[in-house]
Design a protein around this ligand. Structure first.
Ligand code: TNX
Length: 509
């Protein structure tokens, strides 16, 4: 390299970077010190992580120091990373801040083989919620993959893992009181209703939640209801709300007391496993499989007795009843944008906007004072393909190229004007009906998850799609070293789309 050294490649792009002369080179020996407490813990892990990288330079490098001062005035989650040719200093005022300083430094070292251009980074996130959702009901991916993704999320400074653990195909978490949930309830997946049961034991869940917490990632379970409940109702038909054909058992029975008792008992066990203040209750697409609500005399009588007007009124009654239950248990209700239709009290709940084609739903939720997470299908659903020609992914209404994710949410920010404070952040949402292998999961997730981190972290005025695309190859090269398969938007032919099993569309067994 001649003259000025290349820019460092940070993902996501920091709020501010001032480049300096010279470079810091990581050798075999490096001293990492701290001012104690949590910073000492981070110093120890950084030293171990750097050692593992085994950078090639033989010599000793200048000392690295981590300083955590809760009164330093650096913004929450923010950090300073000061890299000089002879030393490195990291500063933060929060545990997550010093963790992110460490992750940013480690990432630059990994991506640039231990050579980091001298610079002063002054960084803090744009949004407090930077999420990734994984649907393990449609296809089970397993703890090893989840932990790998948690590691990468942490490195990308993402902090929410939304775990979609139940749906039409299977229930995936051990509930001691209801063993049939992980008996027949965990059998099957989106391409094979007879696949053997796969699920997480409570011990495994606790282990993953703790693993995430160490990386400043909150894990939120989703218990989708009253629709998308087929796996549960198949195991416990006494609480099934009917449904027809492919949508058999799709909803809970919406007015039996035993249904609510069941839900309450399950939530009690979930609360023991997931310390997050939120429980996600879904709430989406009930109309797919509530046919029997229109004909069942008990349900019709219930609608009349409770003056609910119609089946939609009943759906809203159901969601409000579960919301009240969660409140009594001290949890905040999180759900899809249908929650706003149900008028769940906005002071005690959070809405995920997913209907990209119904922008009014976002505006309506904001006007009703809900805090909102942005995860519109386009561009933030991982099951939509990344390019124009597609074989296995969803093609309906378009596709989700990485550039659109980097650019997001600017194209919709005019809708949010005056309500900016209610927008908590963004989420990449990975549905897996059409994702039956780990290779395909990687391909659909990477590198778009990197773009999601950019969308959630980098200030609008710093973000730049062309610059992001120009530095992306550095990240793709690192993914190669991790054995992660990905879509290469700069050379699609080099990374063919991995096949998936055919989606099962027969009746629920
Ligand atoms: C809609 S988004 C769903 C999911 C599907 C997804 C496929 C939402 C709340 N519900 O059940 O997996 O579309 O794109």
């Amino acid at each position: 390299m001649t003259g000025v050294m290349a820019q460092n490649s940070f993902f996501p792009t920091p709020a501010s970077v001032r480049n300096l002369k010279g470079k810091y080179v990581l050798g075999k020996k490096v001293e990492v010190t701290s001012n104690g407490g949590y910073a000492a813990k981070m110093a120890t892990s950084l030293a171990a992580e750097l050692k593992q990288e085994n950078f090639s330079v033989v010599g000793e490098s200048g000392p690295i120091r981590l300083e955590l001062d809760y009164h330093s005035g650096i913004s929450p989650e923010g950090y300073l990373l000061l890299v000089y040719p002879d030393s490195v200093v990291m500063k933060a005022s929060s545990n997550s801040g010093i963790f992110y300083a460490k992750e940013a430094f480690l990432q630059a070292a990994q991506l640039q083989n231990g050579v980091i251009r001298a610079c002063e980074v002054n960084d803090a996130p744009r949004f407090s919620w930077r999420g990734y959702m994984l649907d393990e009901s449609r296809h089970f991916m397993g703890a090893e993959k989840v932990k790998q993704y948690l590691d990468i999320m942490a490195s990308l400074r993402m902090n929410v893992f939304h775990w979609h653990l139940t749906d039409t195909d299977a229930w995936r978490v051990e509930i001691k009181r209801y063993p049939k949930l992980t008996g027949e309830g965990a059998q099957g997946n989106a391409h094979d209703p007879k696949a053997p049961a796969q699920f997480y034991t409570q011990e495994e869940i606790k282990d993953i939640v703790a693993y995430a917490a160490e990386r400043h990632i909150m894990v939120i379970p989703e218990f989708d209801m009253p629709g998308h409940a087929s796996a549960i109702c198949k195991a416990y038909p006494e609480i099934s709300g009917g449904g027809e054909g492919r949508w058999k058992h799709f909803t809970f029975h919406p007015c039996k007391d035993v249904t609510f008792q069941f839900i309450s008992n399950v939530i009690d066990e979930l609360i023991e496993l997931f310390p997050s203040p939120y429980i996600h209750i879904g709430g989406d697409e009930v109309h797919f499989g509530n046919q029997s609500w229109f004909t069942d005399p008990t349900i019709q009588q219930f609608i009349t007795d409770h003056k609910l007007q119609n089946e939609v009124g009943l759906e809203h009654y159901f969601l409000n009843r579960v919301h009240k239950m969660l409140q009594e248990k001290g949890k905040i209700t999180l759900g899809w944008d249908e929650l706003a239709d149900a008028k769940i009290p906005s002071a005690e709940s959070v809405v995920m906007w997913w209907h990209h084609e119904k922008k009014y739903k976002l505006v309506q939720a904001l006007e009703m004072n809900y805090p909102v997470i942005l995860t519109p299908r386009l561009p933030l659903y991982g099951d939509f393909n990344q390019f124009g020609s597609h074989k296995y992914g969803r093609t309906w209404q378009g596709y989700s190229p990485i550039e659109d994710i980097v650019a997001f949410p600017e194209p919709i920010m005019h809708l949010v004007q005056g309500y900016e404070d209610q927008v908590k952040g963004v989420q990449f949402t990975m549905w897996t009906e059409r994702v039956s292998t780990l290779k395909r999961l990687d391909y659909m997730t990477f590198p778009r998850i990197v773009a999601t981190a950019e969308s959630g972290w980098t200030p609008a005025k710093v973000k730049n799609v062309s610059r992001f695309m120009a530095k992306l190859p550095v990240y793709l090269k690192w993914l190669d070293t991790q054995g992660i398969y990905y879509f290469n938007p700069l050379n699609p032919d080099a990374t063919p789309e991995p096949p998936t099993e055919k989606l099962y569309t027969g009746p629920r067994l």
